[in-house]
Ligand binder design. Structure first.
Ligand SMILES: [Ca+2]
Ligand SMILES: [Ca+2]
Length: 359
């Protein structure tokens, strides 16, 4: 992993995202409702008042048990990198009911003194010639443009902001006050992994994540729109024309409290939308056709990197920035590469635990 690539990857991420633009215009007809009478809760069922900390402190606190099973991983009808659909079996495991929240991550930082990658400055001696402003700690922030003059060039809405990190999501002056129950963001892979290890857990494989995201539904169903049969939003996404107009019909223009939207069939919340989530698989476009049991992704040694390209892992689920005219990756099979040393304003994670004792 290269710290320096944290900077280079801004452009790479932008390039990766630009290929998702479809140029479609659509305004979703969705509505949401919150319970105005909800009292402070330790569980995310009334999420706007949820503390962000699951009840209890046991090994599986805040987690859901996912019985092992078989499913079709990948998709042959959507994007090339999702091919080929193939049979996969996963053993039982536990997974966080919701994305790791600011409150949960704060507990980790307070207990360990951990400093995230976005909070660390670069050593100028190790990066000769790098502009001073890029040596400063920071991260990539989405800033909604008022006008688009350079086509799909993502630098029009993604900016490297010095001082942006999980405590200051949009940079100096911003804070997470009042957002304890929202997903932590600006998390690089090693940050997510460090948290998971501290909890005695790990990050999900892509197969585990995708199986859990299906929630018991068939992979072959229509996952193209993040709304239910009544037109109600089932995930925090972007309504309108990305990146200039968000009608905000789902109630949240940015990140939403975890659990605001209806859980899937396993009781998991925000698997799709809200923030992208790290998996432990190294990224390679596409899947092999062969059936697999508990796959953990390709061997890093088999992945060819372009000159100057950083190693990347798979992120899943899409985010509040995915719209019908852009990204559209709020589907279980959807996937995207992410440089391991780059967090962003729309990227978080959740953890898994392999079963202990008898299932
Ligand atoms: Ca939204
Ligand atoms: Ca998510």
């Amino acid at each position: 992993m290269s710290i320096g690539s944290r900077r280079r990857s801004n452009v790479i991420v932008v390039a990766a995202l630009v290929v998702t633009a479809l140029g479609l215009a659509f305004v979703a007809n969705v509505t949401v409702s919150a319970d105005p009478d909800a009292s402070v809760s330790s569980e995310p069922s009334n999420c706007t008042s949820y503390s962000g900390l699951p009840a209890g402190d046991g090994e599986t606190a805040g987690m859901v048990f996912i019985p092992g099973g078989a499913f079709q991983m990948g998709s042959d009808r959507d994007r090339p990198e999702e091919r080929y659909a193939h049979s996969v079996r996963v053993d039982s495991f536990w997974i966080d009911r919701h994305e790791v929240t600011n409150a949960q991550f704060r507990k980790f930082v307070e207990a360990t003194g951990y400093v995230t990658l976005a909070e660390r400055a670069l050593d100028p001696k190790a990066h000769p010639g790098m502009p001073k402003e890029l040596l400063a700690p920071g991260s990539v922030v989405f800033i909604k443009p008022t006008n688009i003059t350079r086509g799909g060039n993502l630098t029009q809405w993604w900016r490297y902001v010095a001082g942006a990190n999980w405590r200051h999501p949009t940079g100096p002056g911003s804070s997470i006050a009042g957002k304890d129950n929202q997903p932590v963001v600006h998390i690089a892979y090693e940050d997510a992994q460090s948290y998971a290890r501290w909890r005695g857990r790990s990050l999900p494989t892509e197969a585990q994540w995708e199986f859990a995201a299906l929630g018991g539904r068939d992979a072959g169903e229509d996952w193209s729109k993040p709304v239910d049969a009544d037109g109600k939003a089932t995930a925090n996404t972007w309504q309108g024309i990305f990146p200039v107009f968000n009608s905000n019909d789902d109630g949240y223009e940015g990140t939403a409290p975890v659990g605001f939207f209806k859980p899937n069939g396993y009781g998991l919340q925000d698997m799709l939308g809200n923030v992208w989530e790290w998996t432990s698989d190294w990224y390679r476009p596409g899947h092999a056709r062969e059936p697999a049991a508990n796959p953990a992704g390709p061997d890093l040694k088999l992945i060819r990197l372009a000159p100057g390209q950083s190693v990347r892992r798979v992120i899943k689920g899409g985010s509040h920035l995915c719209a019908l005219n852009y990204c559209t990756r709020y589907r279980p099979a959807a996937r995207q590469p992410q440089e391991v040393d780059l967090g962003a304003a729309h990227l978080g994670f959740r953890t898994v635990l392999r079963p202990v004792g008898k299932e």
